[in-house]
Design a protein around this ligand. Structure first.
Ligand SMILES: Cc1ncc(COP(=O)(O)O)c(C=O)c1O
Length: 386
């Protein structure tokens, strides 16, 4: 057997793949499985983005290697997006970097800023990629608990002075996966104040920034005065424009940190295909009407799911953003037992909260990225076994 690196061997198991493997097995045996574990939109990429991509793909000059930091059209579009939607000014040359999806950027950022044994404050519960990236970079996680009584705001007060003093980097993520928690700008201001006081770098993962409901508008950490001295913000077109497979995102903020990440990346990858960057620029410059249409659709599904869960006696906060519902596991089950029960007895996949950290243990995550019919059917099936 070939031996591979310990850091890979010791990566935490990816719970999602276990459920996917069991799903395949059950489907092969003729069972119809409804997957509410998916973290990606089920909707197509808007056609104006596809058209732009085709147009650009037909130009031979776009078939070459793209500039390491992203093409100027894309970076300028990101700057315009921040100006128009957040009244934030960014220099495309030094404060913006194109990414091959924000996951790539977050994982490489970890290696670019932390040294072996450096401490990283990471939300609990949180997106599992943070943990894996810290592990691969040789860092040590310390936990930033999200407060279930405060719509999953970070509970900065509960972090020990030692952890604050030792942490080099703090990860934040709003609108939040998996809890669907959202914050107002004052929470991000508080984070920047703490970062300044303790000399901590902030990486704000804003992948769901545009997936919001009603009047709620998710703030950008770049709106906080002085944020650029301490923070970067990761953005993604995956969720807002249904472009998960296209692999395009960006990071903005502190120029030194952007430069460090760009240097690391220039040794690993060579930028996203130019037509994809140019199509993404078109998306960011749009009036966001396709984003609003998506959000309206998710909101209808959300209403349906909230009603259904209430009838089942399952409690969940009504989210203002993301396409997730974070629901409480019925008494008497662990989150893993409950998720297994739903899969085996009802043919419904949900994600056990424990997959996102110790503070997820009493919850399960349900995704709204299936049709209303499937959602109704899934809730009916759940009712049948509860
Ligand atoms: C919180 C969060 N951040 C980042 C990502 C990565 O998105 P992408 O790499 O497609 O931009 C995801 C995807 O599921 C996510 O849930």
């Amino acid at each position: 057997m070939p031996k591979y690196a310990k850091r890979v061997e010791t990566l935490p198991p990816y719970v999602f793949s276990q459920f996917q493997a069991r799903k395949k097995e059950l489907e092969q045996n003729g069972f119809d499985i409804i997957d509410l574990g998916i973290g990606a939109p089920d909707l197509p990429t808007p056609s104006f983005i596809i058209q732009k991509m085709i147009q650009e793909a037909n130009k031979p000059e776009n078939h070459r290697y793209s500039p390491y930091q992203g093409c100027s059209d894309f970076k300028e579009a990101v700057a315009e997006f921040y100006e128009v939607h957040y009244n934030v000014q960014l220099d495309p040359a030094t404060e913006i970097l194109a990414l091959i999806g924000s996951k790539e950027g977050i994982a490489n950022f970890m290696s670019a800023v932390i040294d072996t044994n450096d401490t990283v404050l990471v939300p609990n519960p949180g997106y599992p990629v943070y943990q894996s990236a810290i592990h691969l970079a040789g860092g040590t996680p310390a936990y930033l608990p999200l407060d279930s009584t405060q719509n999953f705001k970070p509970n900065f007060q509960s972090v020990s002075q030692t952890d604050l003093a030792q942490s080099k980097l703090m990860l934040l993520n709003y609108p939040n996966n998996p809890t669907a928690g959202t914050v107002e700008l004052n929470t991000l201001m508080e984070a920047v104040t703490i970062a300044k006081e303790h000399e901590i770098i902030i990486a704000h993962d804003a992948a769901y920034q545009l997936v919001t409901f009603g009047d709620y508008k998710a703030p950008s950490i770049m709106q906080v005065h002085g944020a650029k001295e301490h923070a970067v913000e990761f953005g993604s077109l995956s969720k807002s424009f249904n472009m998960t497979g296209w692999r395009i995102g960006y990071v903005v903020g502190n120029p030194e940190l952007i430069k460090a990440l760009a240097t690391l990346k220039s040794n690993i990858d060579t930028g996203q295909f130019l037509p994809i960057q140019k199509a993404a620029a078109e998306a960011l410059r749009s009036d966001l009407s396709t984003v609003k249409d998506n959000n309206n659709l998710y909101e209808k599904r959300l209403n349906l799911a909230m009603d259904g869960l209430e009838k089942l006696g399952v409690r969940a906060n009504r989210p203002k953003g993301t396409f997730f519902l974070w629901a409480e596991v019925p008494k008497g089950f662990t989150s893993m037992e409950f998720a297994n029960l739903l899969l085996e007895k009802a043919g419904v996949i949900v994600t056990p909260g424990s997959a996102f950290g110790s503070l997820g243990k009493d919850y399960f995550r349900l995704s709204l990225s299936v049709s209303e019919e499937q959602l109704t059917e899934a809730l009916n099936r759940m009712g049948g076994i509860m």
